[in-house]
Design a binder for this molecule. Sequence first.
Ligand code: DQA
Length: 147
Amino acid sequence: KLIYILNGPNLNLLGQRQPEIYGRGTLADVETDCTTLGKDLGLEIRLLQSNHEGQIVDWIHEARDAAAGIIINPAAFTHTSVALLDALNTFDGPVLEVHISNVHKRESFRQHSYVSLRADGVIAGCGLQGYALALRRMAVLTEAKEA
Ligand code: DQA
């Protein structure tokens, strides 16, 4: 089974960007970790990142045919994008939302998520490990409907 791991704006700069908040690890590290873990779980992963909202909408549409589940860190679009919510609402499989930082102990504007209106689960504040935790959960959700 193929799982899309979608990442929003500025996450290409992980490792360099506000490391006191987001750590020193890079998105390439996330890809390596999730590929390795995915092999154990029987899941293939496709990790994608874009700074452009429409590109992420297009990838969600692509996932409708291609992917069994979506793990998404929408980054700043979490808090702004009805378009991402609408796109995710066209996807039938499980959706898990990941935030590297604990958005609930940051600015109040980060505490509302449009994507959470669709997400089956949310992981926040677990650093880059959050992606691997989401992948473990995804293995359960794609195995049985009643997980
Ligand atoms: C983030 C949290 C968002 O509020 C922020 O805009 C990001 C990253 C996180 O992973 O903690 O870019 O999604």
